[in-house]
Design a protein around this ligand. Structure first.
Ligand SMILES: Cc1cc2nc3c(=O)[nH]c(=O)nc-3n(C[C@H](O)[C@H](O)[C@H](O)COP(=O)(O)OP(=O)(O)OC[C@H]3O[C@@H](n4cnc5c(N)ncnc54)[C@H](O)[C@@H]3O)c2cc1C
Length: 391
């Protein structure tokens, strides 16, 4: 995005990428349809970035969800609004958009250099590993957009952290975001239900109350319902050492209704029949109750109803960052000026997930990455105009 803005402003731009091809994580995001932005009211959209809402506002205002849709359309990719308000390309993949985008950049005169890995920053640029060996490349201004720390095998391996810290740049440790969690499932539960979706349940955490579905994994829990609560649950685990999902397995029935239905059943009714007849629970949902409330069979109807409506599922830890959709942490805002320049390294700018912000899934991540890329490009353009960068 930055390359596109700078080339349009008449700057000479080269893009260096460590991997043999560009945009691998963008392509992976395309495997689940490429949720590129969100159609909700823009005032609401701007509040999805937690502590970074204020710092990201100007960049988002400069490239709104509507702008993203128009930009994609300009590259031949029509978009549509899914039932959840999320926006996707109609082709539900990223490759045509990425192909058209790289073609446009090349036509604008941008030099695209894959297999060029930035090894370290030098006073006037950077030292790169290239197919022809190590080379120092100098530039009037440089933008780092090296990504966060999730899915490192796609390229964003956060190997840059130590070098930048050495230069006095404050960087918050990377932590998994939009991630699953480990749960100490019994062997019997794991072998029977791993891979099974748990549909139409309500989840409560410090992040609020949402309804949706998640998946039982071999290690624990994952899926969209969990990701929306992942930051709150991860922070709780960090802070208190304990956290649990609080699940309402029968969101369509009130606690009183479930309790009254259980009360009416004859005392000798088996637990399976009680769960099915009073709350409609079968299969994985009934098994979850047995797994997480092992004394349920002996409990009285009020306690049984409470377990069905607010089942605690204790979490051990987030899944490793290698598996997370995104990462929290990165370069601290305090060291970045309004034009996205590192105050400790005039002439070096930053954008994307390598900055310390996080957001839920829903298209917010790509939107903010694209928007900060454009904002940083405007910062670079201004800085060069002021003559600060011209050597
Ligand atoms: C499975 C999955 C699905 C996702 N789905 C969505 C989605 O639907 N919607 C959404 O909004 N977000 C989604 N995301 C998140 C989104 O893809 C990322 O937030 C976004 O790609 C980050 O963009 P970025 O440019 O900051 O970093 P990246 O896309 O990670 O790009 C950084 C680039 O820098 C390169 N690089 C790193 N170090 C060096 C170096 N030293 N020298 C040279 N190059 C280097 C890397 O190879 C990489 O290509 C998904 C993520 C994953 C893992």
């Amino acid at each position: 995005m930055a390359a596109e803005v700078l080339a349009a402003a008449g700057r000479r731009v080269s893009v260096f990428e460590a991997m043999p091809t560009f945009g691998r994580k963008f392509l992976l995001a395309g495997k689940s349809g490429l949720n590129i932005t969100h159609s909700e009211d823009y005032g609401r959209f701007r509040t999805r970035f937690g502590a970074s809402n204020g710092r990201l506002a100007a960049a988002l205002d400069g490239f709104t969800p509507a702008d993203i849709r128009a930009w994609a359309e300009g590259l031949g990719t029509q978009t549509f609004v899914g039932s959840s308000g999320r926006v996707f390309p109609t082709v539900m993949k990223a490759s045509p958009l990425l192909r058209a985008w790289l073609k446009r950049l090349a036509e604008m005169g941008v030099t695209l250099l894959p297999r060029h890995r930035l090894l370290s920053l030098t006073p006037g640029g950077g030292l790169f590993e290239t197919p022809d060996g190590e080379r120092e490349i100098r530039a009037d201004a440089m933008l780092l957009a090296l990504g966060g720390a999730s899915w490192p095998r796609l390229g964003s391996d956060a190997a840059w952290v130590a070098g930048l810290r050495h230069q006095g740049i404050a960087i918050a440790d990377f932590r998994p975001a939009n991630c699953g969690f480990d749960v100490n499932w019994s062997d019997a539960f794991r072998s029977r239900f791993a891979g099974e979706p748990v549909k139409a349940v309500r989840l409560t955490s410090e992040a609020g109350v949402t309804q949706g579905e998640f998946v039982i994994s071999r290690h624990g829990v994952e899926g969209s319902l969990i990701y929306g609560h992942a930051a709150a649950l991860r922070d709780r685990l960090d802070r208190d050492g304990v956290a649990a999902l609080q699940l309402d397995l029968a969101p369509g029935r009130s606690l009183e209704r479930v309790a009254a239905a259980l009360e009416r059943l004859p005392a000798r009714t088996s637990l399976s029949n009680r769960l099915r007849r009073a709350a409609g629970l079968e299969g994985v949902k009934a098994a979850l109750v047995r797994e997480c409330a092992p004394a349920i069979a002996e409990a009285d109807p009020a306690e049984q109803a409470a377990a069905i409506k607010a089942l605690p599922v204790p979490l051990l830890r987030p899944r490793p960052i290698e598996e997370a959709i995104s990462s929290a942490g990165g370069i601290a805002w305090a060291g970045i000026d309004a034009g996205y320049m590192l105050t400790a390294r005039p002439g070096t700018f930053v954008a994307g997930e390598m900055i310390d912000w996080e957001a839920p899934t829903g298209g917010y991540l790509l939107t903010a990455c694209l928007a900060t890329g454009r904002a940083a490009a405007r910062g670079i353009d201004r800085w060069l105009d002021e003559g600060s960068g011209v050597r």
